[in-house]
Design a protein. Structure first.
Length: 110
């Protein structure tokens, strides 16, 4: 195989790898979007449990209710406590996402 053919073959491999990376990035974005949507649905459903007949309220009315609720000192203290707990939890957990991605890449090649 002459040098030009080797160059062309390498370009093809690079293009294939780029396409593979693009597909993985799209998949990761889609999974993140799904997780975000699920979280929003769950949070909204949790909020609705505190309302009598939640369908009666407009978006503006529910926004006003949340603004008042979140303005209270009690809620602010609660949120600060939760943030401290989350920070402690994050300190204890090493970032395993990179290791998990590497493991998945190895499994795909096998």
């Amino acid at each position: 195989m002459n040098l030009e053919n080797k160059i062309e073959a390498q370009r093809k491999r690079m293009e294939q790898e780029k396409n593979k990376l693009d597909m993985l990035m799209k998949k990761a974005k889609m999974e993140q979007r799904k997780a975000d949507n699920h979280r929003k649905i769950v949070v909204g459903a949790n909020f609705e449990t505190f309302l009598n007949e939640p369908r009666r309220y407009s978006e503006e009315q529910t926004r006003r209710i949340m603004q008042v609720a979140f303005a209270t000192r009690e809620v602010k203290n609660c949120m600060e406590q939760i943030e401290r707990e989350l920070a402690r939890t994050e300190e204890k957990m090493p970032d395993t996402a990179i290791n998990e991605e590497a493991d998945e890449g190895e499994n795909e090649e096998e």
